[in-house]
Design a protein around this ligand. Structure first.
Ligand code: TXA
Ligand code: MG
Length: 350
């Protein structure tokens, strides 16, 4: 299949392109589109065949449910029988935006879309291209991140093309995404709201609206042996080809440790790269240091992380050593993704 790649501007949306993209979805095809978090791979969320196609294009296990993207709050009523007051309040505070809400699903939502679950994940993105596209597509666009399963999520249209060219009908190229990490997922299907995936909307922000909010224990403790409640969180996601090691500790010790590891890798005949910050870059001996951003600027670090992992893939790096980014709550979302990319390989510099 030939994949059409069309440029589209957020502040001057070409209606012809959007209606062509919407038409593809209505006819059961697949279109990748920009959102404020990462690029999504869209199909008709109410059409079981479209969901099957999405799994096939991504090479994704079919027990890993998809998020249905809507463009108007009212449309949530088609996807769930009763809309709890908490969902209403969250939507008022954070929609359109980088928050996904899990609710019991209505009969309209096919089991193929929810990976066999009786709940459904719903999000209204804020990206204007995404909203126009969802409307043109009929209002219910199922979309996982538009990467091959196991690769870092795409933050540029060229990342989508790298993974999915020839496998989908169209890519809407809306330029670089704003956030760079997938949406926060909060599960409202139980008694207490639970965060299943951390993201730009933090626990603090959710608690201001909802009161007490829990965090799925497996996010904090990978060794707990329990299965995460968001099926997708169990896979080693976001993985670069290189072996990634995170080094934590004070800046000086991290630098010395990473330089020691780099020397070792080079003398063994391997290529090594480093993920660092503006402030620390000059301390590394590696020829290949990538800067995620300034240390205080977690939004920049979030935005660049996946792109950096993909760049290392292209350069055939064998070992990546990364500084650690715990800190504020966005820092925790960054660390959550980095730890998964590293297969939880983190060492303390001493
Ligand atoms: O920011 C985002 O959320 C992006 C953009 C495209 O909107 N989408 C995205 O989708 O990250 P995906 O499929 O890559 O990740 C969705 C996650 C998976 O971990 C999946 O297991 C979980 O959401 N999920 C979906 N439906 C669920 C449900 N009913 N119950 C629990 N987890 C669910
Ligand atoms: Mg994904």
């Amino acid at each position: 299949m030939e994949t059409k790649i069309l440029k589209i501007e957020e502040d001057n949306i070409d209606k012809k392109i959007i209606s062509a993209a919407g038409e593809i979805i209505r006819a059961g095809g697949l279109v990748a589109f920009p959102t404020e978090t990462v690029y999504g791979l869209g199909g008709d969320g109410l059409n079981r065949e479209s969901s099957r196609k999405i799994y096939a294009a991504k090479g994704r296990p079919s027990d890993n449910p998809l998020i249905i993207h809507i463009c108007e709050f009212e449309d949530i009523k088609e996807l769930t029988e009763t809309v709890p007051e908490e969902a209403q309040r969250l939507a008022e505070a954070f929609w359109p935006g980088p928050l996904t809400i899990i609710l019991p699903k209505s009969d309209k939502v096919p089991m193929e879309t929810t990976g066999g679950l009786d709940t459904v994940a719903i999000r209204m993105p804020s990206n204007p291209v995404a909203l126009a596209f969802i409307r043109a597509a009929g209002g219910f666009v199922a979309a996982p991140s538009a990467n091959t399963s196991g690769r870092p999520s795409p933050t540029l249209a060229k990342h989508v093309a790298e993974d999915l060219y020839g496998k989908i009908d169209m890519i809407l190229d809306g330029g670089a995404v704003g956030i760079g990490l997938e949406s926060t997922i909060v599960d409202l299907s139980g008694n207490i709201p639970v965060i299943l995936r951390p993201g730009y909307i933090t626990k603090d922000m959710l608690e201001k609206i909802l009161g007490e909010v829990e965090v799925d224990g497996t996010i904090l403790d990978a060794e707990s042996g329990q299965a995460p409640k968001a099926p997708g969180m169990k896979y080693k996601h976001y993985a670069p080809k290189a072996e990634l090691t995170i080094v934590s500790g004070t800046a000086d010790k991290v630098r010395d440790k990473i330089n020691g590891l780099t020397n070792q890798a080079i003398s063994d005949g391997y290529k090594a790269g480093v993920i660092a910050t503006q402030e620390t870059r000059d301390g590394y001996i590696s020829q290949n240091v990538k800067i995620a951003g300034k240390r205080w600027d977690e939004e920049a670090i979030a935005r660049h992380l996946y792109e950096i992992l993909r760049e290392f893939d292209e350069e055939d790096i064998d070992y990546i050593y990364s500084e650690s980014f715990e800190g504020s709550e966005l820092g925790q979302a960054i660390m959550n993704r980095l730890l998964k990319a590293a297969g939880h390989n983190i060492i303390e510099a001493d």
